[in-house]
Design a protein around this ligand. Structure first.
Ligand code: AVI
Length: 337
């Protein structure tokens, strides 16, 4: 049976939007101010990559995905385009016909919009830390699929996957494309996957996961240091977001974008490097940076097909299969609970 996605008559009042992204939640992970302060005061300064995604950062990321050097987005789209029928059949073979599609890090929801006609979800739940950007995107999805039940969630899911009661409890399928799992350190990635694979926690039937694969260094580094400087702007915009959240006085003109492939760790690293000795201030703190000193802003781990299959199995998923492109640059995994 196909859900009549184009018939608005039964549509609930949606998209609903629930913003769960607040500063400090008592008893839970530290809020942005504490987390940013601790990261910047550490001997090897770092800022979590989740702070890229304010409204401008989300737009800059959207621009990155259109760059010729940034192959992951178009390669992944090609895999989905070639395999959506097989993917839908794989879910149907497990009795999953109209899932609740939970789109982690949904951004502009473009990837889900391409998938929705094939998976025919009963409910679509886009989740993103960039709440305002997501709200607009969810409205666009709603106008494209008027009968679809949509519950948008502004949420930092890196701190946990506790979903509100508005999210359908049965037939949940997590959708985590774009190799965003690669932005977790492997131990955190395993924990996150374990959480999704645990029926008592995530209550999911499975996970559709997009993962970037190991390839030659030149291709990898060009993807994170493009000739137009969009990725450099994306990296530096993080400092503007930090200024807003922390009331700090970073001057973006004093920082240089650095992207390199760390082969030993199988990850692209992005850093911001102080162009000369400087100090940054925010309430209660001053941090001095020497010339050349760096703030680590992102790691983007690259996996092998075998490595990711093993990680998914280790996390507790029972059945794992994948689809890839002819060059084996990127892979889409289906992992069943
Ligand atoms: C969102 N994430 C998977 C991107 C990546 O490739 O690691 C973020 C990004 N950083 C620089 N370019 C894109």
């Amino acid at each position: 049976m196909n859900l009549p996605l184009n018939i608005p008559a039964l549509s609930p009042a949606s998209p609903q939007f629930i913003n769960l992204y607040t500063d400090a939640v008592p008893g839970q992970a530290p809020g942005p101010v504490q987390e940013l302060s601790e990261g910047l005061m550490a001997a090897a300064a770092s800022v979590s990559p989740k702070y890229f995604y304010n409204a401008l950062g989300s737009k800059l990321f959207e621009a990155i995905t259109a760059l010729s050097e940034y192959y992951p987005t178009r390669t992944e789209a090609g895999i989905f385009g070639a395999s959506h029928a097989q993917i839908a059949q794989t879910l149907a073979d497990r009795g999953i016909h109209h899932p609740c599609l939970i789109d982690l890090g949904a951004g502009n929801c473009a990837k889900a919009m391409a998938l929705i006609p094939h998976l025919q979800p009963r409910q679509y739940v886009p989740v993103d830390i960039s709440a305002d950007f997501l709200k607009e995107a969810a409205e666009q999805v709603q106008s494209r699929f008027p009968a679809l039940d949509i519950v948008g969630l502004g949420m930092d899911f890196s701190a946990g996957l506790a979903l509100p009661d508005e999210v359908q409890a049965h037939d949940r399928v997590f959708f985590y494309p774009g190799s965003s799992l690669g932005n977790f350190h492997p131990e955190q990635a395993l924990q996150f996957l374990q959480h999704m694979a645990d029926p008592a926690q995530g209550r999911a039937r499975g996970l559709l996961l997009g993962i970037d694969l190991v390839k030659d260094t030149a291709t990898l580094e060009a993807a994170y240091d493009d000739s137009l400087g969009v990725t450099a702007a994306f990296n530096k915009n993080l400092l503007l977001n930090v200024n807003q959240l922390l009331q700090s006085d970073f001057d973006v003109r004093q920082w240089r974008h650095v992207a390199l492939f760390n082969a030993a760790q199988s990850r692209i690293e992005m850093h911001l490097e102080a162009m000369h000795a400087l100090s940054v201030r925010w309430p209660g703190h001053t941090r001095r940076f020497e010339a050349g000193e760096r703030i680590h802003t992102e790691s983007s781990y690259k996996y092998t097909l075998g490595g990711m299959t093993a990680l998914l199995k280790q996390a507790g998923f029972r059945q794992v299969r994948h689809w890839s492109d002819p060059q084996n640059w990127f892979a889409v995994f289906w992992a069943a609970v």
